[in-house]
Design a binder for this molecule. Structure first.
Ligand SMILES: [Zn+2]
Ligand SMILES: [Zn+2]
Length: 400
């Protein structure tokens, strides 16, 4: 086993320069969600050259693809992301994600062939992580159905870590419909829709006292009338709601919607509510994460203890509720925590620290996958842990 893992390291080092150049090309040409045509083309070209079987015709997603190598079980997925941010380019470092994902897949193909290991390795090219959730569309269209485990690296700051839970979220839009009237001469004829929005802000402010401490709620009034001389006949509020427990999020949604309707009724307005699901919170998997932790330690990567939670969200969260995931965050700035989605993070993503991140990722993820292929009982344990976590999450709310 150690010979195979050392071979992973050797292969990773041998393709590092190529993967680094590739990541710089992606960094220099940022593309927004659902428009990542260049990034898809470049990844597919590299994978074709290496002899992967590639499906480029993905339902509903022009810029997605699935590449595979090997055969039989277990079936392990590596996730690639490659979309950028408006006005900021690769401020989330997705150029490093796709380069290290492609690199890891190339390493594993050579390892499977040389050592005749059973198992299929898939590389999922998943667009629109920043806005839209390509993985959710691929889940819905059954692309992940047979996959036994998923590995995915995201760049980060502070020390490298194995990701814990993150937030589930929903977006709620509330529109109030009242009746316009002259504010000075005939206010008695009007029904003020902005007043309902104001009452909603007060009502949810009071309601928040009863939320669990991890819940996040924010709202802005996006339409509050047109001119001061008229009673506003329409108003609109956009809200964002998030917490760790997905079932609890649904309970919070019910309370917010009830508050919205009550405020509309109180002011005599009609209330229209639209709720959109955001990303579901990540369900971490300690079984797979411990496998990856050992490999990161074996290659000398300094690590944070445990599996720290974070207050972000990602569409891998939806995948993590169906398939056990291994989600290392590999550092590109170890000194202290800085935010991604910033210019500083974007510049780090094309610095030497980014090159190091690609190498650490290719080594640790390929070693992790080799371990899973050699001992599929780990995957069975990981699946059991996932089931228990989802059951416990449901219980935590229904037992209240
Ligand atoms: Zn991001
Ligand atoms: Zn990101």
């Amino acid at each position: 086993m150690s010979e195979i893992k050392e071979y992973c390291d050797t292969l990773a080092e041998s393709i590092l320069d190529q993967m680094w150049d590739f990541s710089l090309k992606i960094h220099a040409k940022p593309e927004l969600a659902f428009h990542e045509h260049y990034a898809k083309k470049e990844q597919v070209a590299l994978l074709e050259e290496e002899g992967f079987e590639i499906d480029q015709d993905i339902t509903e997603l022009d810029t997605a693809f699935v590449a595979k190598c090997g055969s039989g079980s277990p079936k392990i997925g590596i996730i690639s992301e490659y979309d950028a941010l408006p006005n900021l380019g690769h401020g989330c470092g997705h150029n490093l994600i796709c380069a290290s994902a492609v690199g890891t897949a190339i390493v594993l193909k050579k390892v499977l062939e040389k050592y005749h290991l059973d198992g299929t390795v898939y590389l999922f090219g998943t667009p629109a992580e920043e806005d839209g959730g390509g993985k959710i569309i691929m889940l819905k269209n059954h692309y992940f159905d047979d996959i036994d485990s998923v590995v995915f690296m995201h760049p980060t700051s502070d020390l490298t870590r194995l990701a814990g839970a993150c937030l589930s979220s929903k977006q709620i839009t509330i529109k109030y419909e009242g009746k316009s009237a002259h504010a000075g001469s005939h206010p008695d004829d009007g029904v003020n829709a902005l007043s309902a929005s104001n009452l909603f802000c007060v009502g949810t402010g009071l309601l928040r006292q009863h939320f669990k401490s991890d819940a996040r709620f924010s709202c802005i009034i996006t339409n509050g009338g047109q001119e001061t001389g008229l009673i506003p006949c329409e108003s609109e509020i956009k809200c964002s709601l998030a917490c760790f427990n997905f079932s609890y999020l649904e309970e919070l949604e019910r309370r917010i919607v009830a508050c919205a309707k009550g405020c509309g009724d109180a002011l005599g307005c009609k209330t229209h509510v639209e709720v959109k699901d955001g990303y579901q919170g990540r369900v971490p998997n300690t079984i797979l994460s411990e496998v990856c932790r050992k490999e990161l330690e074996a290659i000398g990567e300094p690590l944070l203890d445990g599996m720290p939670i974070d207050y972000g969200g990602e569409d891998l969260g939806n995948v993590s509720r169906h398939i056990p995931i291994c989600n290392p965050y590999v550092t590109i700035f170890p000194d202290y925590k800085i935010s991604n989605h910033t210019e500083q993070f974007r510049e780090l993503a094309c610095s030497d620290a980014g090159k190091r991140c690609i190498l650490v990722t290719m080594k640790s993820l390929s070693r992790t996958v080799v371990q899973l292929l050699s001992d599929p009982s780990i995957i069975d344990e990981a699946k059991q842990e996932l089931k228990t976590r989802i059951d416990d999450e449901l219980k935590a709310v229904t037992s209240k």
